[in-house]
Write a new protein. Sequence first.
Length: 59
Amino acid sequence: MLNLIKNFKNDESGAVTVDWVVLTAAVVGLGLIVINAARPAITTAAGVIKADIENAAAR
């Protein structure tokens, strides 16, 4: 029984998976933060482009 506990304590086979899950979650979280920060500027730029296209089509 003592060997089983020692082997379980020293087993690190799932540690890499946990690391990748944490890193992936961090990348996704940072991506969402960047998208939310850039959204107003993108919306404004899209509105300007739309207006320019409508003005060009009206001529």
